[in-house]
Design a protein around this ligand. Structure first.
Ligand SMILES: O=C(O)C[C@@H](Cc1ccccc1)C(=O)SCC(=O)c1ccccc1
Ligand SMILES: [Zn+2]
Length: 167
């Protein structure tokens, strides 16, 4: 089922997600619903926090054909370089706004897959940017936290107005 995506400045987006205890069929149902929600948005990533489920689960698919789904459960990230790479990031929880964010260019990710098996991958380019953006969501952080307060307040005002008009 398609899930509702929370939008900034909803305070629930600031919740710190808890580790997954058990990778079971219930969790796999959530994962499938997250993929359906992400592909429909459309987006290339989605963290459980964004659909108001505060568990450390991320789904991603960077492919053009939308046929390379990736699942990261209880992800742990380690920067592999001090080099920072800039990227014009978007966010399904901050619709219509894009801001340049600098993040470590190469990272190591350790996580569980949808069957609960541990894996480890090295990421660079968009995969590195996106996984760091998603892990931020699990920590209650948003990409707007990296821009000036002035810019963040402008984005907040604009989205609050849109939400008021939506009633
Ligand atoms: O809010 C999210 O986590 C999803 C976000 C992920 C992300 C994109 C770009 C840089 C960092 C993180 C998005 O998917 S925003 C939408 C988007 O970027 C996109 C949508 C369709 C095709 C390609 C990109
Ligand atoms: Zn986001």
């Amino acid at each position: 089922a398609k899930l509702e995506i929370l939008e900034f400045p909803d305070p629930r987006l600031r919740t710190v997600a808890k580790p997954v205890e058990k990778v079971d069929d219930e969790l796999r149902k959530l994962i499938d619903d997250m993929f359906e929600t992400m592909y429909d948005a459309p987006g290339i990533g989605l963290a459980a926090t964004q659909v108001d489920v505060h568990k450390r689960v991320i789904v991603m698919d960077l492919s053009d054909e939308k046929n390379e789904p990736q699942v990261f459960i209880n992800p742990e990230i380690t920067p592999l370089t001090e080099e920072l790479a800039p990227y014009e990031e978007g966010c399904l929880s901050v619709p219509g706004f894009y801001e340049k964010v600098k993040r470590p260019a190469r990272v190591m990710i350790k996580a569980l897959d949808r069957d609960g098996n541990a894996f480890e991958i090295e990421a660079d380019e968009l995969l590195a940017t996106c996984i760091q953006h998603e892990i931020d969501h699990l920590e209650g952080k948003l990409f707007v936290d990296y821009v000036s307060r002035l810019k963040r307040d402008r984005i907040k005002k604009k989205l609050e107005k849109v939400h008021r008009l939506q009633g």
